[in-house]
Design a binder for this molecule. Structure first.
Ligand code: GMT
Length: 381
């Protein structure tokens, strides 16, 4: 099938999922066309089955806001006609489902019926989409999608609770490719980060408020008082400077390494002993799943879709948001005993395999079939 994928190309779960999905679909023989304003960060190799079409928004000084949705919907129309695209998959309701709907309508004028699948990722619903300024448009674009998917059961329930949704929402969880990890690095080069006697604790995010970065640092502060350890902080975002300042205030700067954005997440996770994800909310927590497949247990909050990924007492522990004392206590429980740590590591990787792409990809293909068949029906009406 010829599929156009619209996503945010930056570091962030939805873009990563969209990109990895596109690559996997291309490997299965589909022809994939990414349509977005920059080449997605995890999309390294383009080939005859993976194309990238950049959306340009010409700057016009009279406009206070440059009309990205307009440019995106025009680009979609052109791409669909030029390459014979058969299906559109938009990741993130705002503004992608909205722009996708406009493209659909424009194409209908030319008797081209383009089915649209919308995948909800969380922030488009729980943080931004529910705002009264966006709510009507988000509700409309979800209801106008041919098929709607959400990355967790929790996100589905939240969407149904917050919006007046008339469509079924199918839960298709995020995924990892376990094959990619079967021959992971033999030597993780731990010594680059820590001394032999030290444990390595990692956090990866885009350092937004929702990630509760100060909690990460407070949990680590409590751990390092009992067990020699290093904290590796990966990512960039608005909370990073405050985080650096907090480490200085606590006198732990020497033990905290801020790496910035990285394309070597798996290499970093390879030498990690524990992953911290104390977020205010997460629709899924892809970072936790990436940690788990790299044999890293997870200490997390118990909100949103995280409990669907991190299993309490098995792959790590879950606590109420903000309960840094309990999170630190659980972290110490895992780290203090080599046998316990090994058990959690083993559980983490085994549990992550539930989300292997081989199990998840067919679910997306089914959804595409369903949307495509629906389109045939609609065009006969
Ligand atoms: O919160 C982020 O790190 C970025 C955000 C995004 O929109 O890309 O992530 C959301 O989608 C991811 C992929 O489905 C999920 O794993 C994250 O949990 C979700 N973030 C939130 O719900 C806060």
């Amino acid at each position: 099938m010829k599929i156009a994928i619209v996503c945010y190309p930056t570091f962030g779960g939805s873009g990563v999922v969209a990109t990895e999905l596109g690559i996997a679909l291309a490997n299965r023989g589909h022809e994939i066309h990414f349509v977005t304003y920059r080449q997605p960060v995890r999309l390294e190799l383009l080939n005859n089955r993976i194309h990238f079409h950049e959306v340009h928004v010409p700057e016009y000084p009279l406009f206070h806001y440059q009309p990205y949705e307009l440019a995106l919907s025009s680009k979609l129309v052109d791409t669909v006609k030029l390459y014979g695209i058969e299906l559109l998959h938009v990741h993130y309701a705002i503004p992608h489902a909205y722009a996708g709907y406009m493209a659909k309508k424009m194409l209908e004028e030319e008797n081209i019926h383009l089915p649209m699948v919308t995948t909800l990722h969380g922030t488009d619903i729980t943080l931004v989409g529910k705002h009264p300024f966006y709510k009507s448009a988000v509700t409309f674009s979800i209801n106008q999608s041919d098929v709607v998917t959400s990355v967790s059961e929790n996100l589905k329930q939240q969407t149904l609770g917050l919006f007046d949704i008339k469509k079924d929402i199918e839960v298709i969880p995020n995924f990892i490719d376990k094959e990619k990890y079967s021959d992971s690095f033999i030597d993780c080069q731990r010594s680059l980060m820590a001394n032999d006697n030290e444990k390595i604790i990692t956090h990866i995010s885009n350092f937004r408020k929702v990630k509760r970065i100060p909690d990460v640092i407070h949990i680590f502060n409590k751990i390092q008082k009992k067990i020699p350890s290093k904290l590796v902080m990966v990512g960039e975002g608005p909370e990073k400077e405050n985080a650096e300042f907090l480490c200085e205030q606590l006198g732990i700067s020497e033990n905290v390494i801020f790496l910035g954005n990285s394309n070597e997440i798996d290499r970093i996770l390879c030498f990690s002993d524990l992953f911290l994800l104390p977020s205010e909310t997460e629709s899924f927590g892809l970072a936790a799943l990436e940690a788990m497949i790299n044999r890293v247990p997870v200490i997390s909050s118990n909100t949103g879709g995280i409990p669907e990924v991190n299993q309490h007492g098995v792959t790590g522990f879950l606590s109420d948001v903000g309960d840094v004392d309990e999170m630190a206590k659980n972290a110490l429980l895992i780290l203090s005993d080599a046998k316990v740590l090994e058990e959690f590591k083993e559980n983490a990787v085994n549990s992550a395999k539930r989300f292997d792409i081989l199990n998840i990809l067919p679910l997306y293909e089914e959804v595409y079939e369903k949307a495509y068949e629906g389109r045939l029906k609609n065009s006969y009406n």
